[in-house]
Ligand binder design. Structure first.
Ligand code: NI
Length: 157
């Protein structure tokens, strides 16, 4: 499922972004794409500060990754859509992203570290890609089996 571009940044969208942030913090998570709350809009919220006292939410509307570094880095990724599964994923360690901010202004940002990983993970969501899709087929099959087995155990008590 490919999410559709946001056409207007208005109060209605800002209310939606605020709701997304509340969902992300409640999870708790460090990033959320609109498709994860079943809205097919190209909107992402991220807060990598992991600081409950000083929250620093970032809003990315129609984010587009325009450049990635050759250098790669590996993070133990998880996803609110695939609970309790964490796997190491290799991605470009830095990237540049164009987007509209909370006010609808055009922005360009160079990201590194956890923010770089997170924005790439979230933009993937907008394009219907999950972090498991970056793993080898063997690894993915193993995780899928584990996931199905866990579900089965749950349903049988
Ligand atoms: Ni995710």
């Amino acid at each position: 499922m490919i999410s559709k571009p946001v056409e207007r940044v208005d109060d209605e969208l800002r209310k939606f972004l605020d709701d997304m942030c509340a969902t992300m913090y409640a999870a708790p998570g460090i990033g959320l794409a609109a498709v994860q709350v079943r809205v097919l809009k190209r909107a992402v919220v991220i807060d990598v500060s992991r600081d409950e006292e000083a929250r620093a939410p970032m809003h990315f509307i129609n984010p587009e990754i325009t450049w990635v570094s050759d250098e790669l880095s590996t993070y133990d990724e998880g996803c609110l859509s695939i609970p309790e599964i964490y796997e190491e994923v290799e991605r470009p360690s830095r990237c540049r992203v164009n987007f509209l901010d909370y006010e609808g202004a055009e922005q360009e940002m160079e990201c590194e570290g956890l923010l770089s990983t997170c924005i790439q993970h979230e933009v993937d969501h907008l394009n219907g890609i999950l972090f498991l899709d970056h793993l080898s087929r063997l690894k993915r099959d193993r995780i899928t089996k584990k996931f199905i087995k866990a579900r089965r155990l749950e349903s049988t008590g």
